[in-house]
Design a protein around this ligand. Structure first.
Ligand code: UD1
Ligand code: MG
Length: 357
């Protein structure tokens, strides 16, 4: 056929062009859509500011829509085998379903326990269509007990669901200061794409090469639309991203990790989110009372953020370590931490893991 499949790196050229459009569309549409979400009553108070203003909320709907259009248009240029196409479309369906449920959450303000359920439901399309391997390779020291690989079967599908639940919620609960939701996602997407390009360059096998091309096709338009969103979401926020965006981002990462077959490496890029999750466990699983917001304390007189010890979050822990900090500076520190963590992830992936596999 005259189409190109996900089997040559040149097939990324149309993707780069469509991704660029998702950047431009997001950049242009946010100033327009923010007026309509504001008029529809979708806004939030910027809690860490003097005289908190009402900021339009749920603007993640714009990059998410631009992203879906990009994914669909990209397929004009691709014709992989039927099997890959079914899986690719199912991944897109899962992301789309997640965006829909995220927007529903922003409009309806769902209770915390339902938030855990939503990504499970949204991951069904891919879980059902997934036909890749359900084998896991056993680390070297355990091989004498378990053999070289274990067939996980249905357990592998449960693992994929849990990955979707983790990635979406982990981003959503590492939040509350201007630009952190989009900022952390931008760093994770960049790290994952770097990993993809390394694997594409190394071309260890045709299968691995193609899997990473598919991951790039899911992540590049995501990165570009996030970049445009960040322009408006960074300190001082002109718009809030909403749960729409957090779920959209998390699901995109889960899908890229699954179809790219590097979900463990993907989880390594989530080190701050894993820490924040572990610190949060007592509150999100109800051992301690979990308030609606677990933000630091805003000291209005000095315009700085102070740690709140009864809110168990990584952000509060960091504030406790570094002392009261201005919001803009705190976000910069959190982003640097994310970048350093991703660097550590590469070290583990390419150095430490070779000792075990
Ligand atoms: C999650 C967190 C919650 C945190 C909230 C902040 C858990 C279990 N939940 O809840 O503790 O307070 O995110 O996003 O950890 N906001 C700001 N500044 C920002 C971003 C958000 O003031 O930079 C406020 C705004 O009022 C905004 C609201 O947070 O409207 C959005 O909260 P939402 O995303 O609905 O909270 P959850 O995801 O439920
Ligand atoms: Mg949220």
């Amino acid at each position: 056929s005259s189409y190109i499949g996900f089997n040559e790196w040149e097939s990324l050229i149309p993707l780069m062009i469509t991704s660029f459009f998702s950047f431009i569309i997001t950049l242009r549409l946010i100033p327009i859509i923010k007026k309509t979400t504001r008029a529809a009553g979708l806004y939030g108070k910027d809690l860490n500011k003097n005289n908190p203003k009402e900021i339009p909320e749920a603007l993640g709907i714009v990059p998410a829509t631009a992203y879906l259009v990009t994914l669909i248009l990209t397929q004009l240029f691709y014709a992989s085998d039927k099997n890959s196409q079914v899986q690719y479309n199912s991944a897109a369906f899962s992301v789309c379903f997640m965006i829909f449920l995220g927007f529903a959450d922003d409009v309806l303000n769902l209770r915390w326990r339902y938030k855990l359920l939503l990504p499970t439901i949204a991951s069904f399309p891919l879980i059902v269509a997934y036909s890749g391997t359900t084998l896991i390779i056993v680390p070297e020291p355990l091989r004498i007990y378990l053999g070289k690989a274990i067939e996980l079967g249905i357990l592998y599908k449960i693992y994929m669901m849990m990955l979707a639940v983790f990635c979406t919620n982990a981003i959503n609960i590492y939040a509350g200061v201007n630009g952190i939701e989009a900022g952390q996602s931008l760093v994770i997407a960049s790290a994952a794409l770097t990993h993809n390009f390394i694997e594409i360059f190394l071309h260890i096998s045709d299968d691995i090469y193609k899997q990473h091309l598919i991951s790039v096709s899911l992540l590049l338009p995501f990165l570009m639309s996030t970049l445009a969103l960040l322009k408006y979401n960074k300190y001082p926020s002109k718009v809030f991203v909403g749960d729409t965006y957090c779920y959209f981002a998390g699901m995109t990462f889960a899908m890229a990790g699954i179809l790219g077959h590097y979900s463990k490496t993907m989880l390594l890029f989530f080190i701050p989110q894993i820490l924040n999750f572990l610190i949060s466990v007592p509150q999100i699983f109800g051992f301690f009372e979990c308030p609606r917001h677990r933000l630091p304390h805003y000291n209005a007189k000095e315009d700085i953020l102070e740690p709140v010890t009864k809110h168990h979050t990584l952000i509060n822990l960091i504030l406790w370590i570094i002392g009261p900090t201005h919001e803009r500076e705190l976000v910069n520190i959190l982003i640097i931490l994310q970048i350093v963590s991703c660097g550590l992830a590469f070290y583990i992936r390419y150095h430490v893991s070779s000792l075990f596999y």
